[in-house]
Each structure stands twice: as C-alpha cells, then as structure tokens.
Design a protein around this ligand. Structure first.
Ligand code: NAP
Length: 292
C-alpha cells in the first residue's frame, strides 16, 4: 500500500494561521507586533532565498520583520557589536544569523552572543541545554516541525524504534532529544555507522538529515514506517531529499515529500519561536506554547 504523504505546505499553513491569530492577540494586549531580525553576511544566493522567505512569512502573519545584509568581509567584532545592539533593542524579540557564515566568523561565537531569550533558532548553548533538561525555551525549528507532523499524522512514538540519520546540532541531535522525550527508543546514525541499511530497516520512525541525494533506498525502509526526509539537495534534476521518494512511497506508512515536506514546517516554527519569544519577553507566559 502506498504511503500517506505528510504535506508540509498544508501543515505549515495551519501553524501559520495559528501564529497569525496569536500575533493579533499579542498586538491587542501589548500595542506592538513581535519583531524578528534576520541577519545575512555576504550575498550567497541560497541564503538570500532563505532569508527573504523567512522575512516574508513573518510579515504575512503580522510580525515586524527586518533584514540586515552585511558585507561578506564583516569581522567577528563588527558582527558582535550588531548583535549586542539587537540584544538591547526592545522592539526586537527574535534574531537569527543565516548559516553558513564566511570563514572569518565563528558559528559558536555567534550562538553564544545572541541573547538566549532572542535566539529563535534555538542554537544557543542555553537553549540547547534547556532542551536537554526538558525546560521551556526555543527549540530548533526543523525538529520541532518534524514532531508536529508526526503528531498531526498520529504516528505512534511511545516505545517506537526511531533512527535519526545525521548528528548535526541543528537537526540530528535535537531531533533525537525530542523523540527521546516522547519515549521513542532512538539511535543516532552518522557517516561512521556500520551497516546503515540494516539499522534503518529496524526503524518505525526514520528521520534522514544527511545532505546526500536519495541515499536512503526503498529496501532500507521497514514496511509501514514513518519516513521523514529533512534533506534538501540541489541536483541537476531539481531538488531532492535524502530519501528516494518513489521507492519509499511503496514501502513506508507515511512519508514527507521534498519539496513541500519538512522545509515549510521549519519556517512555520521559526514564527512559533518568535511569537513565543515575544510573549516570554513581556511576561505573557500564559500564552507561551499555545501555538505548539
Ligand atoms: P550536516 O551538518 O552536514 O550533517 C550531516 C550529517 O549526516 C552528519 O552527522 C554526517 O555524519 C551525516 N552523514 C554524512 N554522510 C553520511 C553517510 N554516508 N551515511 C550516514 N550519515 C552521513 O547537515 P545538516 O545541517 O544536519 O543538514 C542535513 C540535510 O538537511 C541537508 O540536506 C540540509 O540542506 C537539510 N536541511 C533541511 C532543513 C529543512 O528545513 N528541511 C533544515 C536544515 C537542514 P558525520 O557527523 O559523521 O559527519
């Protein structure tokens, strides 16, 4: 039987509609809209597309969105000064620096410099620590979006065997923590994992966050599994995920397409994180998490 498609465009639309309502209520209560600042260093075309998409989405749900495009040769000290100004700016509830950054800049220094309360990517040590401890905070957007899709589809997680392929700080590791928090039994695989196909075949929930087009084939998938494809790979044949979509479709119980799966959910959860950050900053904690 063919897999049920987990439609990220539809899901993101539902989340964004809730955020839009939440923003309107926030404006009514506090007299201002939540503010998001996207910072881009250099003119990488992919970063440009991502940043423009995030800004447009924030505006569409009623937030105030600002984009800063800094010269490619911006130094760490110059960027730090800008981040400090934004940390001190009361109209700014959330900020993010688009990755990757030029070589003279340090991602860990950036993650440490952004105030944790304004870190809507959820990459700061404080927010990652909160996630590890199960405390409220900003959770990285992509894994949050994946959890929402799994829940929306009613995929059983408690006691499920989950395999997360990829151990990055932005996807694989937080994904594993969120699945563990929901009582799945999680294995994190990576480039040194032995017999990855056999491991993947054990998964009731398989999350691929690798960056290798169509690496995961149909015969790696347990029949009926939920297969979440985080990968976004630009190939000569267009955008491809990390999973071979056509093959997965014949075996999986549920699967996310690429494009139109996890990608739109990531932006939707950036908006959730920004609204939640704004609510926390004004002490409007009764409403935090309404949208998730
Ligand atoms: P990353 O930082 O490059 O991490 C890739 C991970 O895959 C690493 O842990 C690496 O293992 C592992 N890996 C590489 N080759 C492998 C192999 N042959 N077998 C098993 N594991 C292998 O990438 P990322 O930032 O997590 O992103 C992963 C993919 O998701 C990319 O395509 C990216 O564009 C996409 N992405 C999509 C969204 C979205 O919104 N949909 C958001 C973020 C990322 P090692 O640790 O051993 O090197």
């Amino acid at each position: 039987m063919a897999a049920t498609i987990l439609d990220g465009k539809e899901g993101a639309g539902a989340v964004r509609a809730e955020v839009t309502e939440g923003v309107a209520a926030f404006v009514a209560r506090h007299g201002r809209a939540p503010g998001l600042v996207g910072i881009q260093v250099g003119d990488d075309p992919a970063s440009e597309i991502y940043q423009a998409g995030k800004a447009k989405a924030a505006e569409a749900c009623g937030m105030i969105s600002r984009r800063l495009v800094l010269p490619a040769e911006t130094t760490q000290a110059e960027l730090d000064a800008i981040l400090d100004d934004l940390n001190a700016d009361d109209t700014v509830d959330g900020m993010l620096v688009q990755q990757p950054v030029p070589d003279q800049l340090s991602e860990p220094l950036i993650a440490n410099r952004i105030h944790p309360d304004k870190d809507v990517d959820g990459f700061s040590p404080i927010n990652l620590g909160r996630l590890l401890r199960g405390e409220p905070g900003s959770v990285p957007c992509t894994p949050s979006g994946v959890m929402w899709m799994l829940d929306r589809a009613g995929v059983p997680l408690e006691g499920a065997d989950a395999v997360v392929v990829g151990r990055s700080l932005i996807v694989g590791k937080p994904m594993a923590l969120l699945l563990t928090a929901r009582s799945a039994t999680v294995t994190v695989a990576h480039s040194r994992t032995r017999d990855l196909p056999a491991l993947c075949r054990t998964a009731d929930v398989l999350v691929a966050a690798v960056g290798r087009p169509e690496m995961i084939r149909g015969d790696w998938i347990k029949p009926g599994a939920a297969v979440i494809d985080v990968g976004i790979n630009r190939t000569d044949d267009g955008l491809r995920g990390d999973v071979h979509g056509d093959e997965a479709h014949e075996v999986a119980g549920w699967r996310t397409p690429v494009p139109g799966g996890v990608g739109p959910m990531t932006i939707a959860f950036l908006l959730v994180n920004t609204l939640d950050a704004a609510r926390r900053r004004v002490g409007d904690t009764n409403h935090t998490g309404d949208t998730t």
